[in-house]
Design a protein around this ligand. Structure first.
Ligand code: NCD
Ligand code: ZN
Length: 353
């Protein structure tokens, strides 16, 4: 079987759980999972404990990532109720700002329209602004950003009405980009009984067949595929109060290759959404000394217990995957080869410089 060379994949949406919940994941285990999945850059969300909404937590997170990361990484600053005036002083050290407009894991959320408008106006236009928005808040996020003369990136679009609204906004020339996760393209609420009710909890929730079909039908306006890698342990997922979130770094490429094998997307279209567009969103230059070698036809069975993520489970347990990463070269050095993570903790660099 032939080996294909792809650029290093870039995941703009992961949860590394550090600081505060390293039993779920940390920069060591999370970036090992990234390399297995073919990612050479991962950008970490700020809903940590404490949330990354101030300079002290930023410094603590930078130190943990610098010491432990095996691949390159970026950090997002969290929009809080009381940091709209000061957030922009941290722009140079982070890869963007994240605004949570709806309920999800952790307390970080903006409830007031005024706070959303103020953050969108204050965050520098050259730095990405990413939004967790669902249903009506998608419209609020697009309007607030465009009124401020800047673009906004809508995370994990999961519903038909959302993707159709984004298409209309793009058609009208609004500045908006969006991402879709592999789990929203390949799972629906009908899969929850098989996955298990606690394990099936994720935000945005798994949606209907019609929603899933609409995402696939509108792939042409989907800028990025992002995993929303959100690890929680099996004990937590199987408890009476299961936190929402799926691990995804180690299954994303094979799932997205399914779209190519099924004739829904070209290989170039996959590269655009997993490397080229994420890089351009993050204002990153091309890296000619960083690449991934894959066997697009190699079959393997997804098994959470053998994965690098500390979550040790996957909603795709038992699925036959087609397409495997054989080698990852990061800045000229072998970082992963044939099942072995070679890059040591501390190899990764902060893409914010
Ligand atoms: C994420 C988490 O666990 O941090 N959970 C999830 O269901 N996606 C939070 C988020 O991205 O909304
Ligand atoms: Zn997320």
């Amino acid at each position: 079987m032939s080996t294909l060379k792809l650029p290093g994949l870039v995941d703009i949406h992961v949860h590394m759980r550090e600081p505060g919940a390293t039993h779920k994941e940390d920069y060591d285990s999370g970036t090992a999972a990234a390399l297995v999945g073919g990612f050479t850059v991962v950008c970490a969300m700020p809903n940590t404990t404490p949330p990354l909404t101030d300079g002290e937590t930023l410094a603590r997170t930078e130190a943990a990532a610098r010491a432990k990361a095996r691949c390159d990484y970026g950090l997002y600053f969290g929009a809080g109720a009381d940091n709209a005036a000061t957030a922009k002083t941290f722009t140079g050290r982070v890869s963007g700002m994240k605004m949570y407009l709806d309920q999800t894991f952790g307390p970080l959320r903006l409830d007031e329209l005024g706070a959303l408008v103020e953050h969108a106006a204050n965050w520098p236009a050259a730095s990405p602004l990413l939004c967790h928005a669902e249903g009506r808040t998608v419209g609020a996020a697009i309007l607030a950003a465009n009124l401020a003369g800047r673009s906004v990136h809508i995370c994990h679009v999961s519903r038909k009405d959302e993707i159709e609204l984004i298409r209309k906004a793009k058609d009208k020339g609004f500045q908006v980009t969006c991402e879709v996760t592999p789990h929203h393209m390949f799972l629906t609420d009908a899969d929850i009984p098989t996955i298990g009710s606690g394990r099936g909890e994720v935000r945005p929730r798994l949606a209907t067949d019609a929603d899933r079909d609409a995402l696939i039908a509108n792939l042409d306006i989907v800028d990025c595929f992002a995993t929303d890698h959100a690890p929680h342990t099996l004990a937590e997922k199987d408890s009476d109060n299961p936190p929402p979130g799926f691990p995804g770094l180690e299954t994303a490429l094979a799932l997205c290759l399914r779209l190519v094998h099924d004739g829904r997307l070209t290989l170039d279209g996959l590269i655009q959404r997993m490397a080229v567009n994420p890089r351009s969103l993050l204002n990153l230059k091309e890296q000619t000394d960083t690449w991934v070698e894959i066997d697009p036809d190699a079959e393997w069975v997804a098994q959470g217990a053998t994965m690098q993520t500390r979550a040790k489970w996957t909603p795709f347990e038992g699925w036959t995957m087609r397409g495997r990463v054989e080698r990852v070269v990061l800045r000229g050095q072998d970082a992963y080869r044939n099942g072995t993570v070679l890059a040591a903790p501390g190899t990764g660099r902060n893409i914010a410089g």
